[in-house]
Design a protein around this ligand. Structure first.
Ligand SMILES: [Zn+2]
Length: 388
C-alpha cells in the first residue's frame, strides 16, 4: 500500500521513490508509487500537481485505498524523483484550514451549519444553512476567525478508535464509518476530514470574507486566506495608490474626488444638451428659409445625430411636413414627417438606402439610416431629394 507522505510528513514537497505500477486506461497514462506526497482530490480539496521524474502530474485520485497519478507520459526509470507544486499545496492547505475555522465560528456565534465547500483557483466559497447573514454579523465572524488565527492554536490530526470517536464533539457527522481521521483545532473544532492542514492556526495567515450572496435558500460566503489574501491586498493597494495618484489626491479622499467629478460631469452634460438644443433651434429657423415646398433637405457637417434630431423636431413642429437630414458626424440620415405628410418614411427609406450601401428603417413617421462612406450618404440624399 502506498505510504501517504501528505499525512505522515505534510511538509515534504520533494522525495525519491519507486514506481509500483504503470497502466493505461482510455488512452490516459496512470501510475502508482511506493510513497507519495501527491494529495488526491477529496474533501473539497483539489489534487496536487507536480512532477514524477520527467512526467507532469495532471490529476491524482484515490481508488480503493490506492493513490492513482495521471501523468502526461510514463517515466523512463522506475526510480523517480518527485516534486509537488508547493505554492499550490500551501494555497489549498491554508484555505482548507481556514474553511474549518470559519465553519466552526459560524456555528459557535450564530449556530449556522456549513453545507458545502468549494476551493477553486479563482474563488473559494462555503454554502451555509442560513437565508441571509447581515454585514454586522460578517464583521463579527471575520474578527473572531482572525482572533483565533492570532491565538496560533495547534491543529492535531489523529485516527480515534470507535470508543474515543463517540466522545469527540464532531462539528458534522462523517460520511464514512471506518478509518475516520479527525482534524482538531485545539478547543475550537473537531472535524472528520481527509484534507491537508496547517500545523497551527497562525499559519492560515489571514482570513478575509469577500462577499456573501443568496444561493437558493442558503447563503454563499466568498473568502480568501493566507498568501492569496496577501496577493489580493497587494493588488488592491497598488490599484488604490494608482487611482489616488491619477486624481492627485490621497487614497482616503479618492472616492470623494470621484463623486465630485461625477457631479461636475452631470452638470457639463446638462449644459451641453441645452446648448445643442439652442443651436438646433437656431439652425432650424435658418433652414426654413431654404425649404423646398413643405420639405427641408440638409446635410450637416458639424451636427451629430442628437442635434440633427432636435432640429428635425423643431422643423416638423412648424409648417414643414417632411425633413430629410444627414450628418457627417457618425454618417447618419434621418427621414421624418409629421401627420400631414402621406409618405411612409420607414418603407421609403428602406427601399432606397440599400442601393447606396446603407442600412436602416423605421416607422411611417420616422426612419433613420447609417452609412460607412460619406459619398454614399450624399448620393442617397440627392436621390431622395427627387421624391420629396
Ligand atoms: Zn476538511
Amino acid at each position: 500500500m502506498t505510504q501517504k507522505l501528505y499525512y505522515d510528513f505534510p511538509q515534504i514537497t520533494a522525495w525519491d521513490t519507486e514506481i509500483e505500477r504503470m497502466f493505461e486506461e482510455n488512452g490516459k497514462c496512470y501510475l502508482t508509487l511506493k510513497k507519495t506526497a501527491f494529495y488526491p482530490e477529496g474533501g473539497g480539496q483539489p489534487a496536487d500537481k507536480g512532477n514524477i521524474g520527467e512526467a507532469a502530474v495532471l490529476d491524482v485520485q484515490e481508488r480503493t485505498n490506492e493513490i492513482i497519478h495521471e501523468v502526461d507520459q510514463f517515466p523512463a526509470s522506475k526510480i523517480v524523483s518527485c516534486s509537488i507544486d508547493a505554492n499550490r499545496r500551501l494555497d489549498h492547505t491554508q484555505h482548507h484550514s481556514a474553511q474549518h475555522l470559519l465553519s466552526a465560528v459560524l456555528l459557535e456565534l450564530y449556530e449556522i451549519p456549513t453545507l458545502s465547500f468549494h476551493l477553486g483557483k479563482e474563488i473559494v466559497t462555503i454554502d451555509v444553512d442560513a437565508p441571509s447573514i447581515s454585514d454586522e454579523q460578517i464583521a463579527v465572524i471575520e474578527k473572531q476567525v482572525n482572533d483565533y488565527i492570532y491565538d496560533n492554536l495547534p491543529i492535531h490530526t489523529y485516527y480515534p478508535d470507535p470508543d474515543q470517536l463517540s466522545s469527540i464533539p464532531l462539528r458534522k457527522m462523517p460520511q464514512v464509518e471506518e478509518d475516520i481521521r479527525i482534524v482538531e483545532m485545539e478547543g475550537i473544532d473537531y472535524s472528520a476530514c481527509c484534507g491537508t492542514h496547517v500545523a497551527r492556526t497562525g499559519q492560515i495567515g489571514l482570513l478575509k470574507i469577500i462577499k456573501t450572496e443568496k444561493n437558493k435558500k442558503m447563503t454563499r460566503i466568498h473568502f480568501t486566506a493566507g498568501v492569496r489574501s496577501l496577493k489580493e491586498f497587494q493588488l488592491a493597494h497598488n490599484e488604490m495608490t494608482e487611482i489616488a495618484r491619477h486624481f492627485s489626491t490621497s487614497k482616503e479622499m479618492s472616492l470623494e474626488k470621484i463623486f465630485k467629478l461625477e457631479d461636475e460631469l452631470k452638470n457639463v452634460q446638462k449644459e451641453l444638451k441645452e446648448l445643442k438644443a439652442f443651436r438646433a433651434s437656431r439652425t432650424a429657423n435658418d433652414l426654413k428659409e431654404s425649404m423646398n415646398g413643405n420639405a427641408v433637405c440638409h446635410y450637416f457637417t458639424d451636427f451629430d445625430f442628437e442635434e440633427m434630431s432636435m432640429a428635425a423636431s423643431e422643423l416638423l413642429a412648424s409648417d414643414i411636413t417632411q425633413v430629410l437630414l444627414g450628418c457627417k458626424n457618425g454618417l447618419k440620415v434621418l427621414f421624418a414627417a409629421n401627420g400631414e405628410s402621406e409618405i411612409n418614411c420607414g418603407i421609403t427609406l428602406k427601399e432606397h438606402i440599400s442601393k447606396f450601401n446603407g442600412k436602416g428603417g423605421g416607422t411611417p413617421q420616422r426612419a433613420q439610416g447609417s452609412f460607412t462612406q460619406e459619398s454614399d450618404l450624399l448620393d442617397f440624399l440627392t436621390e431622395m431629394k427627387k421624391i420629396l
